[in-house]
Design a protein around this ligand. Structure first.
Ligand SMILES: [Zn+2]
Length: 172
C-alpha cells in the first residue's frame, strides 16, 4: 500500500526527500515517513523422503492449478514459525527441517512471499477446511500441475534443481 494520507492521523502526506531513499510520503503532524506497506507471507514446497512434493487444490485460489502451502505471517511470528504452523494447519504434517530458498515479490497482492523448502515424513494428510484436496506428487510430475511461471512453480522448480544438484555431489 502506498500512502497518500497518514494512517495514524489522517493528514494528507507530503512528499519529502528521505536520505538516499528519494521522495517518500511524509506526515508533518506525526513526523514520520510513510513507507510503502506490504504483507509478508510464506510459501513452502513440502517435500518427503521419496522425492515427492505435496501439492494442494484450493478452489478459492485456483480451480485449474495446484498450489503450494502458503500463508500470511502473524505479528510476533518468525517466518520459520509461520511455515511450521501453516503446514500443520493445512496438511496436518510435522516439519522435520526447513531451508530458506528465496523471496518472491507478488506485486498484484502487495505481498512479499518468503519461499521455503520443508522436509516432512511421508504421511497421510489431515486437511484443513480451506484445502479441498492434497496429494504427493513425484518431482518429475510436479511442475505441469502448477501455473506456469507462478511463484509456486518457481519455488518447486528451484527446490527440484537443488535436490538434483545435491545428488550430483553425492555421487562424486
Ligand atoms: Zn500522521
Amino acid at each position: 500500500m502506498h500512502f497518500n494520507y497518514c494512517p495514524h492521523c489522517g493528514k494528507k502526506a507530503e512528499m519529502r526527500q528521505i536520505g538516499d531513499e528519494g521522495m517518500i510520503p511524509y506526515c508533518t503532524e506525526c513526523r514520520i515517513p510513510l513507507w510503502d506497506l506490504f504483507t509478508t507471507s510464506i510459501i513452502a514446497a513440502v517435500v518427503n523422503e521419496y522425492d515427492e512434493v505435496a501439492l494442494l487444490r484450493q478452489n478459492y485460489v485456483s480451480t485449474t492449478n495446484h498450489v503450494c502451502v502458503a500463508g500470511v505471517m502473524k505479528i510476533g511470528e518468525s517466518a520459520e514459525e509461520t511455515v511450521v504452523r501453516e503446514i500443520a494447519e493445512e496438511l496436518g504434517l510435522h516439519v522435520k527441517s526447513l531451508k530458506y530458498i528465496k523471496s518472491y515479490p507478488y506485486e498484484k497482492k502487495e505481498m512479499l512471499m518468503l519461499g521455503f523448502q520443508a522436509v516432512v515424513d511421508k504421511q497421510e494428510f489431515v486437511l484443513s477446511g480451506e484445502v479441498d484436496a492434497a496429494e504427493w506428487v513425484k518431482f518429475e510430475n510436479a511442475l505441469p500441475l502448477l501455473r506456469d511461471g507462478s511463484i509456486a512453480w518457481q519455488l518447486v522448480r528451484t527446490v527440484i534443481k537443488e535436490k538434483n544438484k545435491n545428488c550430483d555431489w553425492s555421487t562424486r
